[in-house]
Design a protein around this ligand. Structure first.
Ligand code: ADP
Ligand code: MG
Length: 483
């Protein structure tokens, strides 16, 4: 009998504020150790935390994007999560516990059979801890508190995912969303977006199994491999008659395996209680409406619109909305094309964007906002193919010229003499000449040899130096041969 994998994900997204969540110290990445740690961050006695409005505003933006105003709690409470660790000088982390700022919401992910909604349990504000440094200290460990107090939004999903693939799709969708709404830079190498995966297995229909939590996965690939390894490990244990212990594990990417970090018995009792230094967080209806009014159109809405309005496939729409620059490029380009005269232009533009242009950009490590080919010029080029001015083959040549700096497709077409002969009379004259000069092929074709037809098309194309419109030549030849 089969096993079903069950996954719930906790994501820490670093909120992109200039200063920390409870102090004025900078959050910029990469500074020398402890140069961005204020009295609040290093927990000097007598200091008081002050909540950063920008962090709260970003959390609200997130809530609105995943569930609208109904998931935003008008009143939430900061709590102390008590534990001892060298990188936590206060002896507690300020987080939200019983009353988080966001309760509920969902993130839609693409799956093999359409879309699936992954429910969110909650999203709460908290501060990051510092970092222990174990290198370059002549055998001693150092503590860097630059990261202490950096604002985080912890986003907790329900255990709604059923494969490593779905888990990755969820993490990617969330990653797109937080960058889209401008609350997190999404930089995974710098730890701005990290996932903990909770994994269990069960027989389909059985109650949830015991889970293991794999901490701090900072790439989609590690997330996928860690879940796959962990599910296999649990299935093996269960099939051998063993049982799973609830524990926290770490993924070792060098060995591609998960290892225990601490078991439930060693789990902390965090003794949460409301932080007496911080008032409950009250957010007004007015503020929520202002934030809502400033939200951009979300990727999900754009996708639906691209599919219904422009007949773009869902898979392509997903690619076009992987970041806002790309979607804006697409919309600018479509806006520059005459889609009444050329209704397939949007599909054509999308196809070129996700194909040729994306591979060119990837080679140079650029994104659409940095593309040497401009959106309006792309539209102009594709319209030249659709109106029969140039062939698709010539369009590739023009595109590569545009990539190298020449911007106007019409100038490139003129300079390279790529314009197709669209004058029907001129093409017909050449077709007649070719037919007259190739009596044998004409006979063969009429005798049922299809290949002879291709040879005739080829000769016409050759005679026109490739500038005839192949569709037009085909149609003309067919008419003359069967007529
Ligand atoms: P904790 O309080 O220990 O953090 P939570 O109940 O908050 O536990 O759950 C943490 C995460 O684990 C959530 O994302 C949730 O969906 C997931 N989860 C809970 N139970 C399971 C399970 N049996 N299998 C997989 N994931 C689970
Ligand atoms: Mg939790």
């Amino acid at each position: 009998m089969d096993w079903e994998i069950v996954i719930g994900i906790e994501t820490h997204a670093q909120l992109s504020t200039a200063s920390k969540i409870f102090s004025g110290a900078s959050t910029a990445f990469g500074a020398a150790p402890n140069t961005q740690a204020s009295a609040v961050d290093i927990a000097l006695p007598g200091v008081l935390p002050v909540a950063n409005k920008g962090a709260v505003e970003r959390a609200i933006r997130f809530g609105l994007a995943v569930g609208g105003e109904k998931v935003i709690n008008r009143r939430s409470v900061f709590a102390r999560k008590n534990y001892f660790y060298p990188d936590l000088p206060k002896g507690y982390q300020i987080s939200q516990y019983e009353l988080p700022i966001v309760t509920g919401g969902e993130v839609r992910i693409p799956t093999r059979n359409g879309e699936k909604a992954i429910r969110l349990t909650r999203a709460h504000l908290e501060e990051d801890a510092g970092k222990s440094l174990h290198e370059d200290f002549r055998g001693m460990s150092g503590i860097d508190l630059n990261r202490a107090g950096v604002p985080l939004l912890e986003i907790v999903s329900e255990p709604d995912m059923r494969s490593a693939e779905e888990a990755v799709a969820y993490a990617k969708a969330l990653h797109v969303l937080v960058r889209w709404i401008g609350i997190c830079d999404g930089n995974m190498q710098e730890g701005s977006f990290r996932c903990d995966a909770n994994v269990s297995v069960r027989r389909p229909g059985a109650p949830l199994g015991t889970r293991a939590e794999i901490k701090n996965l900072n790439s989609f690939r590690f997330l996928e491999r860690a879940i796959e390894f962990e599910a296999r490990r649990q299935i093996e244990i269960l099939e051998d008659g063993g049982r799973i212990v609830q524990e926290t594990r770490l993924y070792d990417s060098d060995r591609d395996e998960t290892r225990p970090m601490r078991s439930k018995e060693e789990a902390h009792d965090y003794r949460y209680f409301p932080d007496p230094d911080l008032l409950p967080l009250e957010v007004s209806e007015k503020w929520i409406s202002e934030i809502e009014a400033a939200l951009p159109e979300l990727p999900e809405m754009k996708r639906e619109r691209y599919v219904s309005e422009f007949k773009i496939s869902p898979a392509t729409a997903l690619q076009l909305t992987s970041d806002r620059d790309k979607a804006e490029f697409f919309e600018r380009s479509v806006g520059a094309a005459d889609i009444v005269a050329f209704p397939t232009a949007p599909q054509d533009i999308a196809f070129t964007m996700v194909g040729e242009i994306t591979s060119l950009l990837n080679e140079e490590g650029l994104d659409f906002s940095e593309s040497p080919i401009k959106a309006e010029q792309l539209a102009k080029l594709r319209v030249r193919v659709l109106d029969g001015s140039i062939s698709s083959k010539s369009a590739k040549e023009v595109l590569s010229e545009m990539w190298s700096g020449a911007s106007d497709p019409d100038e490139i077409i003129a300079a390279k003499g790529l314009k197709q002969i669209s004058d029907a009379g001129a093409v017909e004259k050449i077709v007649d000449e070719v037919l007259a000069a190739n009596a044998k092929q004409v006979e063969d074709y009429r005798a049922g040899k299809e290949k002879a037809f291709n040879s005739l098309v080829g000769q016409v194309m050759k005679a026109t130096k490739g500038k005839a419109n192949p569709a037009q030549v085909n149609e003309m030849l067919k008419r003359k041969l069967t007529g």
